[in-house]
Design a protein around this ligand. Structure first.
Ligand SMILES: Cc1cc2nc3c(=O)[nH]c(=O)nc-3n(C[C@H](O)[C@H](O)[C@H](O)COP(=O)(O)OP(=O)(O)OC[C@H]3O[C@@H](n4cnc5c(N)ncnc54)[C@H](O)[C@@H]3O)c2cc1C
Length: 561
């Protein structure tokens, strides 16, 4: 047994702070801080090497150290001091500005400075999307809200390329490593951020129900100038310098780039009505906006708004996977750390068989999410993998984002009452993580997207199973599960009703294949026996006896103290 809290002096560990005359503080774990979030994460470090981003290790170690240091405090501050909307100045002029706490700016400065918003576009070498995914995975464990503008700024580039002159104008600013939060025309800025506004009151998933109208100012079509009138019910990061927007033009729903400033340097008619009072994601501003003949330029073909903006959405979906996988990792890090240092009933928690089952089960789920995320990111590095990326993005987005809230809730309980208290960070993770399953396509919408991708032709399904089959013959449980899955896919009766079950099984097959090939053997064995062979309950902590619990937990625990 290797847990550091092996039974302690007297009751247990004594981490006494400044003792009150009434009592000495005993049996409280040391805070999980001052550690390297990359170097202490074995599943992540191994995956980064395997998926082609070994060249980024040095910068990951650097960011990992910063994330486990001062940035932890910024995360707390930025969420305790949420943004404030200023609609007017003191003379009554409309200004539509959002004020953020300095900690928010510090986080964004760190993220932009480390290229989390732009690495694959600035340095498009093999493994660049994997390296960026790992960088985001590290920093967003500390604070998730700032990941929203980072993700949208990263994701806009492939969509913007549909309109080369706009890409030429905006890409240098969107990919700059200077964080410039000033609300001034982009020509005067050293760096810019981009947002996205699709969702309207009457429909978010169903964007074809958008009613915002686009009227051509002169000529029509790609690159032309339009005025947009309408509203958006959700528009996150409204302090951004520009937004990719959907609106109805004469020939149907089209995509536009809408900047905060007009070409003459005055403010565009983009009005922030109010900020949403959200469950979590509190450091980030999400707003309702009105466009009052707001000036914008068309991106891509008229009437082809959805296919144009989907280039952006696919990348933000990858980021939802990163966001959920990293929340799961942080929750497991907190739970394994706490239980290694806390004793109850005369024994360290991590030595208690039932707690070992819980911790190992959580660790297995987290590692499965990490390997899937990194494999998916690699598909974005390689154009020949686009069919795999098409299907796997929807499959993995559905499943990893669905597992996140359940895992975080269970990990929170491992800390007992401390887990329910804000200082532990667990409540923040708990409130944050359901969001990844909602935005960029909610659960059902992702499952329907999987069916759509499969119906479009056989390439995506073939690419998906080619990947899964790389582990064929390595484990009979995986082979049997995959065989059953193929049969299920051949049955089209009530397929929409069954879509969640189908997509869940696709995700499990992919994760099983990846873990068999690349994972720690104890993790892979526990995953297959529980998730694929069915020896598992409905709650975490129901792995079969015989699993190498200690090995799995020690692999997941950040080795600090
Ligand atoms: C904090 C936050 C920030 C956001 N930021 C942005 C932003 O910056 N820009 C932006 O454009 N949007 C943003 N959104 C909006 C988000 O993308 C939408 O809320 C989401 O796409 C769901 O749309 P909706 O809310 O209209 O729900 P609906 O589309 O009404 O969906 C409600 C439920 O019905 C399900 N459903 C929908 N269609 C079907 C179907 N055919 N069959 C079965 N089930 C179905 C969905 O899965 C969902 O569970 C944000 C949302 C949140 C919560």
């Amino acid at each position: 047994m290797t847990f550091p809290g092996r039974l302690p002096r007297g009751l247990g560990l004594a981490y006494a702070g400044s003792a009150m005359p009434t009592h000495e503080v005993l049996n409280q774990p040391p805070p999980l801080e001052g550690y390297n979030l990359f170097a202490t994460d074995r599943a992540l470090a191994e995956g980064v090497r395997r998926e082609g981003a070994a060249w980024a290790e040095e910068r990951l170690v650097r960011l990992g150290q910063l994330a486990g240091g001062e940035a932890l405090g910024w995360g707390v501050e930025a969420n305790a001091n949420p943004p404030v909307l200023r609609t007017h100045d003191r003379y009554g002029h409309r200004i539509d500005e959002v004020e953020f706490h300095p900690a928010w700016h510090a986080l964004l400065r760190l993220a932009v400075g480390h290229e989390l918003h732009a690495l694959p576009w600035r340095d498009p070498r093999p493994g660049a999307h994997v390296a960026r995914a790992a960088l985001c995975f590290v920093l967003e464990q500390v604070e998730a809200g700032h990941g929203c503008p980072i993700s949208m700024t990263y994701s806009v580039i492939p969509a913007l390329r549909a309109q080369p002159e706009l890409a030429a104008e905006w890409q240098p600013c969107f990919t700059s490593t200077a964080y410039d939060p000033r609300l001034v025309p982009v020509a005067h800025k050293t760096g810019a951020l981009c947002g996205m506004a699709m969702t309207e009151k009457q429909g978010g998933s169903d964007v074809r129900a958008n009613t915002t109208r686009a009227v051509a100012l002169g000529g029509r079509g790609p690159g032309a100038e339009y005025e947009l009138t309408g509203h958006k019910w959700f528009c996150s990061a409204p302090m951004s310098d520009a937004f990719l927007v959907l609106a109805q033009a004469e020939r149907g729903l089209s995509c536009f780039l809408l900047p905060r400033f007009l070409p003459d340097g005055t403010r565009n008619r983009f009005h922030i009505q109010r900020l949403k009072d959200k469950l979590g994601n509190r450091s980030n501003a999400s707003s309702e906006v009105e466009f009052d003949r707001a000036w914008a330029r068309m991106v891509g073909e008229e009437g082809r708004g959805v296919p144009t903006i989907i280039e952006m959405v696919n990348h933000t979906r990858l980021d939802c996977v990163i966001g959920s996988a990293c929340a799961m990792r942080q929750a497991v890090a907190q739970a394994t750390h706490h239980c290694a240092h806390r004793a109850a009933f005369g024994k360290v928690l991590a030595d208690q068989p039932l707690m070992q089952n819980v911790l190992a089960d959580l660790a297995v789920e987290s590692e499965a999410a990490t390997v899937a995320m990194l494999r998916l990111a690699r598909a974005y590095d390689d154009e020949t993998q686009r069919h795999f990326a098409r299907l796997a993005t929807a499959v993995v987005k559905y499943w990893v984002c669905k597992r996140g809230p359940m895992l975080v809730a269970e990990a929170l309980e491992c800390l007992g009452g401390n887990g329910y208290v804000e200082e532990s960070m667990m409540p923040r993770l708990y409130r944050e993580v359901p969001l990844n399953s909602i935005w960029e396509g909610s659960g059902n919408v992702m499952c329907l997207d999987v069916l759509r991708a499969m119906a479009r032709g056989s390439e995506a399904v073939e690419a998906f199973f080619t990947e899964v089959d790389l582990a064929r013959g390595a484990d009979r449980r995986l082979d049997a599960f995959t065989g059953r899955l193929r049969e299920t896919l051949g049955d089209f009766a009530s397929i929409e009703t069954r879509a969640r079950r189908i997509v869940e099984h696709m995700a499990l097959a992919l994760q099983g294949s990846l873990l068999v090939r690349h994972g720690d053997p104890a993790v892979a064995d526990a995953f297959l026996s529980s998730r694929l062979a069915g020896d598992h309950g409905l709650a975490f902590g129901t792995l079969p006896a015989g699993v190498d619990f200690v090995r799995i937990i020690e692999r997941a625990r950040p080795a600090v103290g």
